[in-house]
Ligand binder design. Sequence first.
Ligand code: AMP
Length: 217
Amino acid sequence: MAELNILFIGAPGSGKGTQSFKLAQKKNLIHLSTGDLFRNNLKQETDLGLLAKSYIDKGQLVPDSVTTDMVADFVKKISDKKGIVFDGFPRNLVQAKNFKKILSGNNRILNQVIFFKISNQQVIARLTGRLYAQKSGLVYHVKNNPPKKKGVCDVSGETLITRTDDNPEVIAERLDIFHKNTEALLNYYKKENLLKTIDAFYSPNEVFNSILKALES
Ligand code: AMP
């Protein structure tokens, strides 16, 4: 039970993925991104990937039962000696309740929840121009965070892509769904006394420092 299990909640483009990667490296945690799991399934053309695609392309949530089963399956395979940073799950109250069962069923507890506060305007600016490395899961930005070599991931050397759901109509839908679900989610974790909020507006290193501080306090 001593291992760290942390949940990051934030709008698309708030930097959850980048910060999960950094935290997982620093604290030797497993990074679980439901978005990455769906995209990997899609790349391999599994039934799950093809089902997820129909939702991802519209900016909608994949059904809770499907997402919950995928997370349960993932967590079950990880030794309970390893902590996990959860990035992108749970995204609503139903998932939060399922999450609690998954954790307790795997001899884990949730230690902290970090909410990445950021404006819609800022995330739209970030998502427009975002570049994604499918294998490493790393995220870049053409202006704010360019890779060392144009179009190529610094870590894996793979070609960077623009995610199909990073287009204006789908971004608007994703933000809308995020705001509809998140208040209830935040209240739920506030009541559980687990919630900390950080300002996600700043640079990746500054945000990372706020996260480390929040985790220590
Ligand atoms: P992300 O990479 O976190 O931006 O997620 C990309 C897309 O994957 C979302 O827009 C959803 O379609 C789907 N997705 C990721 N996580 C979840 C989740 N917890 N519940 C339902 N759908 C999800």
